[in-house]
Structure formats: C-alpha cells, structure tokens
Design a protein around this ligand. Sequence first.
Ligand code: DGL
Length: 261
Amino acid sequence: MTSHPIAVFDSGLGGLTVLSALRERLPQEDFFYFADTRFLPYGDRPEAFLRDRGVLIARALVRRGAKALVIACNTATAAAAEAIRAAVDLPVVALEPGVKPAVALTRSGVIGVLATTRTLESERFQRLVGNHANQHRVIAQACPGLAEAIEAEGPDSPRVASLLDTFVAPLAAAAADVVVLGCTHYPWVAAAIAQRMPVGTTLLDTGEPVARQLERLLAAGSLLGGGEGRMTVATSGAPATVIATVDRLFGHKLNIEHWEP
Ligand code: DGL
C-alpha cells in the first residue's frame, strides 16, 4: 500500500497550489491530481450537490488505489468532508480557511477572509469563526466568479483585476492586517491582492500546514514513502482546454488525461 499514490482533488486547478506544497514536503510520494473541471466552479453550487459529488469522487479515487486523500478545495471541504470521511476508509486531509492562524497573527484584531459563497455560508465556516475568532472582527468576503475567471482568463486578466478591486476593497477599508486566502485558486493572485492592501498585510494560505498534516497521518498509518515523486493529472473536462490553462498559469505543458469518477 505504501507505493500507492495520494489522491488530491479540487473543482479545477486551484488545488495545484496545494499540490506543490505536498510535493515539496513529500518528494517520495506519487500523486494523482483530479480537477473536476466539468463542474467548476463549485463555489455557487448547492451543498447537497457538492456532498454527493465529493463522495462519488472519493469512492472512485479509492477504487483507483489511492492510499490517502487530500480535499484540496475549501468549498468541497465545507460541503462534503464529513460525508467523505464516513464513506471511505483511508486517511483524509481536508483544508479550511486559515482563521486559526490568522487569529494568532493579527494585531489590529481585524481579519479578512476571501472565499467562495458556498464556503462562507457553510455551517462549518460559521463554527470555525465562532470557535476561534469570536473576539475578533472577521470580514468574510465572498468572491463569486473569481476562481472561474482565474482559470478562464488568467490571473493577470482585466476581468480578474476588476473582480479583485471589488472584493479586496472592503478588507482594506476595514483595516484588516491579515487576509486569509480561503480558496485554493487565490494564491495565483496573492501578489495582486497584496497590492490592494496596505503594506505589511499578511496573506495566509494553507498549503504548508496541509502538507504537514498529511505527513503526520501517513506516518501514523505506516503509509509514508514508497513512491518516486510521480504526478498524474486528470480532469473531468476537456484535457486540451485544461492543458492550455496550465500552460498559461505555469508556463509549461502538463500531460493531462480525461477521467470520469
Ligand atoms: N478552489 C476551490 C476552493 O478552494 C473553489 C473554486 C470554485 O470551484 O468555486 O474553494
């Protein structure tokens, strides 16, 4: 089992920002990355749809031989993490907006969170804020259309710039000194977000803590190591389109296969 790959999934390519942190920390693992591009964006879909889709994907990844699963999507975690954990018998790492580390870092007591509508409306997010940030002012800003625009038009496109103008302004106006990137697509535009905030604002993403958590779970299950650093990328959408998007985001062409969970 140790030689089996670790499965990572997201609605699209946002989870690649998490995957690079995982590969950096765990170079002796093989990874299977699944972008559910056919259903991007997850952020505006009903919770029940995301729960069922998440469970279906997780079960299919187990059948494909995954030894562990990383839900590299805040939106899928908010809607489906509990159902996925109940449905499959393997270590599952789910990521959520970094509200806890933001509380430890803020000096102004004002924390900005950028995430999808579905994530911010979820019970899980309400609980996270209630349990950890009730002494703080949390500006939770939904960013409808942003993940989609990053993939479709590129992080430097005029459309992304105009969405960021709208979504980041309330955080700057409230003098947030920590901004939580609560969607795995947003590290692609971290520099553009920082530019719209006062100098010295801290931006938080969750790639590194997720990698540490995965390492702990693999070690606890005697599943660590055994791979060769291989990476397979698959999409439920059209591989040619996704290859072009990766090329725009990274400047190189990945081999991407079609996979239907
Ligand atoms: N990347 C996903 C997240 O972390 C969601 C993007 C979307 O499909 O709306 O929330």
